[in-house]
Design a protein. Structure first.
Length: 494
């Protein structure tokens, strides 16, 4: 790696040492108590919720399961922070949590060589999160989560942008009021700054792999009935200011209703949604103006009995207006997976197809799909080059677990433009390459390899390598060097 990566081994090593020290501290601190009370500890099985890491919200962890437990006799020092009673009856309690993440990244020929001041560079990303979750009985709750995201010496195109740096800010800060509606139903009113996680997050999700996940300000009503969760909401996206407190913008609005739950007639799950977007200024394929766009869609997913097969089928249609033009766009996703009957490895293979419409001609009516606020990283390649607009992408993958805690995966993606008169878009909805100079459709292929190892329930490490092989469209629209992406990360969660 280049000289910009020289600080990486020392700082990354310090973070690894810190994570191991934190874990060792919990073992040393609790060891005597556990050894002295081994029979009691064995008889007391704590029902801890799983840490909601990755593209999941820490606010979805319910630590009330520790109520009444002897937290002085557990084998985890962090249990003492998960249920802190603040009244004698333990009806008011506090939960504290956090995460430290260090990731080193190296890009070779970033953006196919079209990057300044450097085509290739390595850099270190540091991120810290700290949360407090206060429950005042089961009916009132306040949740706050701060973050600090830092980047060291990134000299690729864009440099240390707001996607990589947000020095100190509030990621979540909301209040909940829960209204019981009988035994099987409830309604939770939520207001404030919040991450949104809807379904597969192909349309709305925080994108946690990113150094600075997105968040919103507004309100939602979360209804629970008969296994279904129905969420009407209205929010504005929060814009990142690297060195000052972030503010939401009235230039963009996202609203609608998202529902998810089981189907009664067959053992599958269903998402149904209406998502509305009102953007003061938008530009797609030479059509410019206010965008009022509505997305109607759904997704069904589940397993096919005891066959080992799993599936997902989803799609959405968009209508509305952009400037003086009408909007008519769509997207479709299908996935078919199979888990082989080899329990020692848990191998799963899958085939997937993604489609998002493009525009037939520049100017006028708009056929380009708007992916809203997606988590593309999980579905269109770990290099995060390509967005779900004007896209046809078949892909396939394999994952297996050769030892406990270790997961290995391999994915292969292929990308074509759906319309040869529309651009290639990046994951943020910007134009990656204009499409007006060539009718070539084939963009290229990406191969991703990833290894994730859960050392303990707190400590996780992962490493990966991706390569993008450029196709005819890239070669005819500018620099066309194949890109490489290496990354190595460690994170400690409590």
């Amino acid at each position: 790696m280049r000289s910009s990566m020289r600080p990486l081994p020392r700082r990354f090593g310090l973070t690894l040492a810190l994570g191991l020290a934190l874990h060792a501290l919990s073992v040393v601190h609790d060891g005597p108590a556990v050894w002295a009370q081994s029979s009691q500890a064995a008889a007391t099985e704590l029902k801890r919720p799983a840490y909601q890491i990755g593209s999941a919200g820490r606010f979805n962890e319910d630590w009330s399961t520790l109520k009444g437990a002897d937290l002085g006799a557990t084998d985890d020092v962090w249990d003492r922070l998960k249920f802190i009673p603040l009244d004698p009856d333990e009806n008011v309690w506090l939960t504290l949590g956090g995460q430290v993440r260090e990731r080193g990244e190296y890009f070779g020929h970033f953006l196919f060589g079209d990057s300044e001041p450097k085509q290739s560079d390595g850099y270190l990303l540091s991120r810290f999160r700290l949360s407090a979750d206060l429950h005042v009985t089961r009916y009132v709750r306040m949740f706050a989560e701060g973050r600090s995201a830092l980047a060291l010496d990134r000299a690729l195109a864009g440099g240390r942008t707001t996607s990589f740096v947000d020095e100190l800010d509030l990621m979540n800060g909301f209040a909940d009021i829960m209204i019981p509606l009988g035994q099987p139903a409830s309604l939770t009113l939520r207001g404030g700054r919040q991450e949104l996680l809807f379904g597969s997050q192909r349309l709305v999700g925080p994108g946690d792999f990113s150094q600075v996940p997105r968040t919103f300000e507004g309100g939602a009503a979360i209804g629970q009935i008969a296994g279904w969760t129905i969420t009407p909401f209205w929010v504005q996206p929060v814009l990142v200011d690297k060195y000052h407190f972030n503010q939401s913008t009235s230039d963009q609005e996202l609203f609608g209703v998202f529902g998810t739950g089981p189907l009664v007639v067959v053992a599958v799950n269903l998402d149904l949604y209406w998502l509305g977007a009102n953007n003061k200024t938008a530009s797609l394929n030479r059509t410019i103006g206010r965008e009022r766009r509505h997305t109607l869609g759904g997704r069904v997913w589940g397993k096919l009995g005891a066959t080992g097969l799993d599936f997902e089928v989803g799609g959405g249609a968009q209508f509305g207006s952009l400037g003086r033009g009408d909007v008519a766009a769509s997207m479709v996703t299908t996935v078919l997976g199979y888990t082989l009957p080899v329990p020692s490895l848990s191998p799963r293979v899958y085939l997937e197809f993604d489609y998002a419409s493009g525009d037939d001609k520049p100017g006028g009516d708009v056929g380009t799909f708007n992916p809203l606020f997606p988590n593309n990283h999980s579905y269109l390649g770990y290099m995060d080059y390509v967005g779900r607009q004007n896209l046809v992408s078949p892909n396939a993958g394999l994952s297996l677990s050769p030892i406990q805690g270790l997961t290995l995966s391999l994915q292969q993606y292929f990308f074509w433009r759906e319309s040869d008169r529309d651009a290639l878009y990046n994951k943020s909805g910007g134009v990656l390459r204009p499409g007006s100079t060539t009718t070539a459709r084939y963009v290229g292929a990406e191969t991703d390899a990833l290894a994730t190892y859960n050392v303990t329930r707190h400590l996780q490490g992962y490493a990966g390598y991706s390569r993008f092989f450029t196709g005819e469209f890239i070669s005819k629209t500018g620099k066309d060097k194949d890109s490489d992406f290496y990354y190595l990360a460690i994170q400690y969660t409590f």
